[in-house]
Ligand binder design. Structure first.
Ligand SMILES: [Zn+2]
Length: 214
């Protein structure tokens, strides 16, 4: 099954994608990962992309699409794949369609994981980490025994500088702004499945697999 995954930051998209990868044995593909592997392997496309990245410029769509096309024709994509973070724009979605058409393929479903903004803010703003052992906490959902202190190693916990309400809301607005037109593009085709992302990991995964069957 060829899938595209959308979900706001902090909605658990990564976790859900990983569960699906493990069950269906299909790869999760992001443009970041494709870029990195092209550069690592020194491909012609990777070298071209580097000329833009080295100048601090965005890699042009055409080049990104070429790389995605090459990646999707790899053997491990035969049974399907999960595209994560791509397409980001309607223009990219149109280019992806053209590319898939050439490969006699198409996108089967587009998953949009939804979690209310306020809940995402609560989830992210409450996060705390231990800088020493890397243990993760949440002030409400997974509080340490002693406030502000790591249960594992006794070090002080910290909050990431990006995890403030203001910054989270900026990220959420960006996500809405970017995703809404792309989701609308696929919605016309009747392949968008909105999945309620509120609840436990297994509960959400149950809804996801249900949604993919219908
Ligand atoms: Zn610790």
């Amino acid at each position: 099954m060829n899938l595209i995954f959308f979900g706001p930051p902090g909605a658990g998209k990564g976790t859900q994608a990983q569960l699906l990868v493990a069950e269906c044995k299909i790869p999760q593909i992001s443009t970041g990962e494709i870029l990195r592997s092209n550069r690592r392997e020194g491909t012609a496309l990777g070298a071209k992309a580097e000329t833009f990245m080295d100048r601090g410029l965005l890699v042009p769509d055409e080049l990104v699409i070429d790389m995605v096309g090459t990646r999707l024709s790899d053997k491990d994509c035969r049974a399907g794949y999960i595209l994560d973070g791509f397409p980001r724009t309607v223009a990219q979605a149109v280019a992806l369609d053209e590319l898939l058409e050439k490969q006699a393929s198409s996108i089967d479903k587009v998953v949009v994981l939804t979690v209310p903004d306020n809940l995402i803010v609560e989830r992210i703003v409450g996060r705390r980490s231990c800088g020493s052992c890397g243990a993760g906490y949440h002030i409400e959902f997974k509080a340490p025994v002693v406030e502000g202190v790591c249960d594992e190693c006794g070090e002080e916990l910290y909050q990431r500088a990006d995890d403030t309400e203001e910054k989270v809301r900026v990220r959420l607005n960006e996500y809405d702004h970017n995703t809404a037109p792309v989701a609308a593009y696929y919605r016309q085709r009747g392949i968008v499945r909105e999945v309620d992302g509120v609840g436990g990991m297994d509960e959400v995964y149950g809804r996801l697999t249900d949604a993919l069957e219908h």
